[in-house]
Ligand binder design. Structure first.
Ligand code: ATP
Ligand code: ATP
Length: 568
């Protein structure tokens, strides 16, 4: 197929670190690929290389990469969507420049020849604009935004005024507006509420062109993907089927590889013990032959058609694991933090108000907050943290209370030019041990940041790696209460599990805003200590049929917070 992409034997490195080594890729037109793998291994880089055509993409394939979320600026949501069509924008700018120059020239009574040239060029540009459907562009963009839940008023608001979930929707609307042959999505479900995730899943299942999506969301990958690409050991491994199929295939591969390795080590040891050189060579040759045979078998089955040459000798499967930890906080007498009959509204937003909020958090408390995008969940966390002051009601905070805050836009709080070590030492100068730097590096390592990234500027880290710097900082502040706003965005699956385990053993209080039903179920396992709240329609209501209800709602085909509230 002329719309397939095949690239063999390419390598990629970032800042001298290899990400892909002699990897190969074959993307077939019309398939939906999920690209998975641990944080910082090069998934976003791969998407960017495809979008920038550094990895050769045939000319007839137009590519669009949807970034993690649209950066907020003064452009309206509608302008942001229309500007996704770069050709259209360029042509419109050319027309404006020509019109401008011809009006200046006209003003100076310039010669006719110049005027004719301009007229011809303008006519040519108008024709091109017409082919691109320029006249209908705004109407079409508006229709897509409306489909994604934007009212007319919202479409004209600057992008910076939107919450995370809505900014992600603007990014997606840009892609739907352009309809590229190859659509590249980088963690599209980050920040989206469940309704929007379900909408996106449905839309993508009907996507007839090619899709490559980076995601750490199992449910999403299972629903949307027909193929999985696993970035492992500097290679791209292809698996047919959805994420569950991949996991089964991966496990089988891991077992087979380790079995081969064990046999090889045993035989090699025996040959060495005998001191027989010929026998030692035989063991190596046999291993090589077996690996080549296995690779050929897998290829024939289509189970794993990466075209890597057989390895020199069997290697142990390198699994990746990570552990998070939040230290035991000092004791404080309750109550730690209380919102009493709190109401809040932003001075410039008459249409948004939170009222009648009562919430108490002590050691051991587990609070999960769910609700649609823009309902006020982040606002509520800002009230708890003291970053916003209630317009009515009272906030009571224990004097020595330390709060660990993971904000949805945590990237904005990091200083990009500093290295993780400099950043952490500036925030937490009192480190024990003979080398403060080593103490900080040990903590970063615990949170899974590879050591070569400890001394690189934060700007050069991947999304998940930046998140690790924030988690390390939170842990170092020894908080009594954790306020976590969408903490699983950016984290790979192993780290989400590590976070869940760390929250489980943490003895302080936890307030978790999340759309991740799996994490909520784990954090709120102990029903006596847990509360789930739904923020919607300007207030916060308890959800009584806790975990099961939520899990059911998240796993089912509809997510309906009203159902949660009434506990039906
Ligand atoms: P995540 O799951 O965390 O998003 P990823 O697999 O998408 O990770 P990339 O963002 O592609 O990873 O990053 C791969 C590597 O490239 C990382 O080790 C990172 O440190 C490095 N890197 C990322 N961005 C830059 C940059 N702008 N300059 C230099 N190196 C970078
Ligand atoms: P999401 O799930 O998308 O993150 P959310 O429930 O956390 O949404 P908030 O970020 O609390 O929602 O926003 C609630 C409402 O307040 C939104 O309409 C948002 O646009 C608005 N808002 C947030 N911050 C401000 C601000 N500084 N000034 C004015 N309005 C704001």
């Amino acid at each position: 197929n002329v719309r397939d992409i095949t690239v063999e034997n390419f390598s990629v490195s970032a800042r001298g670190k290899e990400l892909l080594k002699n990897a190969s890729v074959k993307i077939s037109h019309g398939k939906r690929y999920g690209l998975v793998g641990p944080n910082g291994t090069g998934k976003s880089t791969l998407l960017k290389l495809l979008a920038w055509r550094k990895i050769p993409v045939p000319k007839n394939i137009d590519v669009l990469l949807v970034e993690q979320e649209v950066a907020g600026d003064d452009r309206s949501a509608l302008q942001a969507v229309v500007s996704a069509n770069e050709e259209l924008v360029k042509l419109r700018e050319e027309v404006a420049a020509l019109q401008n120059s011809s009006s200046i020239a006209g003003g100076e009574a310039n010669d006719d020849v110049n005027g004719d040239d301009t007229g011809e060029k303008l006519a040519e540009l108008y024709e091109k604009l017409q082919v691109l459907g320029s006249d209908a562009a705004e109407a079409q963009a508006s229709k897509i935004l409306a489909g994604l839940g934007f009212t007319k008023e919202m479409q004209n608001r600057p992008t910076r005024s939107f919450s995370g979930g809505w900014r992600m929707r603007i990014s997606l609307a840009r892609a739907l507006f352009v309809q590229p042959t190859l659509l590249l999505l980088d963690e599209p479900t980050n920040h989206l509420d469940l309704r929007a995730v379900l909408w996106l899943e449905e839309y993508l299942c009907r996507w007839k062109k090619t899709l490559i999506v980076v995601s750490h969301d199992r449910d999403f990958l299972n629903t949307v993907c027909t193929e999985i690409i696993h970035l492992h050991d500097f290679k791209l491994h292809f698996y047919r089927g959805n994420f569950d199929d991949f996991e089964a295939g991966y496990e089988q591969r891991r077992k087979e590889t380790n079995k081969r390795f064990e046999i090889y080590v045993k035989q090699e040891k025996a040959a060495k013990r005998s001191g027989d050189q010929v026998q030692q060579k035989k063991v190596k040759d046999r291993a090589k032959f077996a690996a080549a045979k296995e690779a050929a078998k897998n290829k024939a089955k289509g189970k794993a058609d990466d075209d890597e040459p057989p390895p020199e000798a069997p290697k142990k499967w390198r699994d990746y694991s990570v552990e998070f930890h939040f230290p035991e906080p000092t004791e404080l007498t309750p109550p730690l933090l209380q919102l009493i009959n709190v109401s809040f509204s932003y001075p410039n937003r008459k249409d948004f108000r939170l009222s009648d909020i009562d919430l108490g958090i002590d050691m051991g408390t587990r609070v999960a907050i769910v609700g649609p995008n823009g309902a006020g969940k982040s606002t509520l966390l800002n009230l708890l943290a003291g970053d916003l002051v209630p317009t009515e009601g009272e906030v009571r905070r224990s004097q020595k209370l330390r709060i660990g805050r993971y904000s949805q836009h945590f990237v904005d709080l990091l200083t990009m030019e500093e290295t993780p070590v400099q950043y952490l030492l500036r925030l937490h100068p009192d480190q024990e041990g003979f080398s403060k730097q080593e103490a900080v590096r040990a903590k970063l390592g615990k949170f899974g940041l590879p050591s070569h990234n400890h001394l690189t500027p934060i700007a050069k880290l991947s999304g998940g790696q930046k998140a690790r710097v924030v988690f390390t900082s939170i842990s170092m502040s020894k908080p009594h209460i954790l306020l976590l706003d969408e903490p699983t965005n950016h984290l790979d699956m192993q780290s989400i599990d590590a976070l869940a385990a760390a929250l489980d053993e943490f003895i302080g209080g936890v307030v978790l805003v999340s759309h991740d039903s799996r994490l909520i179920s784990r954090v709120c396992e102990d029903e006596e200590k847990s509360q789930i709240w739904v923020v919607e329609n300007g207030t916060m209501l308890p959800c009584r049929r806790l975990v099961q209800q939520l899990t059911w709602c998240c796993d089912g085909s509809t997510f309906n917070p009203i159902l949660l509230k009434s506990g039906e």
